[in-house]
Design a protein around this ligand. Structure first.
Ligand code: F2R
Ligand code: MG
Ligand code: MG
Ligand code: MG
Length: 350
């Protein structure tokens, strides 16, 4: 009974990849997100056969972006070293950034971290990030968008998982909102991995409540107003989910957000996954993985990253079998990411 752990590991990393690749064409393209007609056609193509031209069949491959570029560095480091090695991860980030000939669309300021890391040969891998934004550190979602290997690598050791999520994030993001966003995304994937998608429908309020409880032990209250920013957003998720007929896109965009800030994108990804447990108007599918990333993209803004994070949670919960097999034809790096998931599963079993 239930979905196998290996299927959940593969679903998680494949989900992150597909969300990134399929969300990337729409990133900050339109303030309100792509229209329902455009998105339904887009997914119908991905779920159909390869296109037929005069002499051959072909499937255009969507390229991954920085989200996957950094995810693969972390996963590969864990698989090769079977331990947390921040310097090794930093080196892989830098090498990938400077040798990749494809434009991956990195964040506006994170490239400064790569330049400093290269110049000091990653001798002090946590230092450049701490100097970002006059020493406040980045609160972008660049830590959260690449955290998916951590809950797999640390499966079965909760406290170590939190520690590793934090360390891996701090190589580029040291602002508490950047770090806690990555931890929250890690916790959501972890919950997805441990729940059985077969049988009773997912209790979405309980899923959010468990995240609230866990984050209360992690997030410090603000020194001025005493509030915990992620707690506030998680409470909002519960309210939006409870709305009769479902919250409007506008309400979600205005309250949870769709920006590159971790605080205004990680909760949006979690909401997308939870909302997609039930049908959503204008989304023409019964498949809940598709519904998750389709909805995340429909909100607009940072579509690759929000869909990637939502896809990682959905893939961890449903497993690989809920993901349409034809997506593999339309996306680069699929075989490689699945091999990394296999490697992480092997470590988790030991
Ligand atoms: N870079 C992109 N997409 C293009 C962005 C489009 C642009 N925003 C637009 O409006 O058209 N995507 C990739 O970047 C995101 C991940 O970024 P990451 O790794 O967190 O980068 P960075 O540079 O650290 O932070 C991103 C921006 O956030 C603002 N910011 C962060 N911390 C700040 C602070 N302490 N003070 C002030 N501003 C801060 C800055 O504007 C940063 O440049 C993902 O979407 C990925 O797909
Ligand atoms: Mg829309
Ligand atoms: Mg990206
Ligand atoms: Mg993005």
């Amino acid at each position: 009974s239930g979905v196998s752990l290996i299927s959940k590991f593969r679903g998680c990393l494949a989900g992150a990849l597909f969300g990134d690749c399929f969300g990337a064409p729409f990133e900050f393209e339109d303030e309100n997100g792509p229209s329902p007609v455009v998105l339904n056609k887009f997914f119908a193509k991905l779920e159909g056969p390869p296109f037929k031209s005069k002499c051959h069949f072909y499937a255009p491959k969507y390229a991954y972006t920085d989200d996957t570029a950094m995810t693969k560095c972390i996963a590969q480091s864990f698989v090769d070293r079977a331990s947390l090695d921040e310097r090794d991860i930093a080196k892989r980030f830098v090498t990938d950034f400077y040798t990749d000939t494809t434009e991956r669309g990195y964040g506006g300021h994170v490239t400064e971290v790569f330049r400093k890391l290269r110049d000091q040969q990653c001798a002090d891998p946590m230092k450049p990030a701490s100097e970002q934004f006059n020493g406040t550190g980045s609160y972008g979602n660049g830590g959260a968008m690449r955290v998916s290997p951590v809950p797999l690598f640390c499966f079965g050791d909760y406290n170590r998982m939190i520690h590793v999520a934090k360390r891996v994030t701090q190589i580029t993001h040291t602002h508490p909102l950047g770090i806690n966003g990555a931890i929250l995304q890690c916790l959501a994937i972890h919950q997805g991995l441990t729940l059985d998608p077969r049988g009773e429908p997912l209790d979405v309020q309980k899923f959010a409540d468990e995240l609230i409880t866990k984050m209360e032990a992690i997030e410090e209250p603000d020194q001025i107003d005493g509030r915990r920013p992620y707690n506030t957003q998680l409470q909002l998720i519960k309210k939006l989910l409870a709305k009769e007929g479902g919250a409007s896109a506008h309400q979600v965009q205005e309250s949870l957000g769709t920006s590159v800030d971790a605080l205004f994108s990680v909760p949006t990804a979690i909401y997308s996954f939870l909302r997609a447990q039930k049908p959503i108007p204008d989304i023409e599918t019964d498949n809940k993985f598709r519904r998750t990333i389709h909805y995340a993209i429909s909100l607009g803004g940072d579509t690759d990253t929000i869909a990637s994070m939502a896809g990682a949670i959905a893939g961890a919960y449903f497993g690989e079998e809920e993901i349409n097999d034809s997506y593999k034809m339309y996306c680069e790096y699929v075989e490689e990411i699945l091999e990394l998931a296999n490697g992480l599963h092997k470590i988790a079993k030991e």
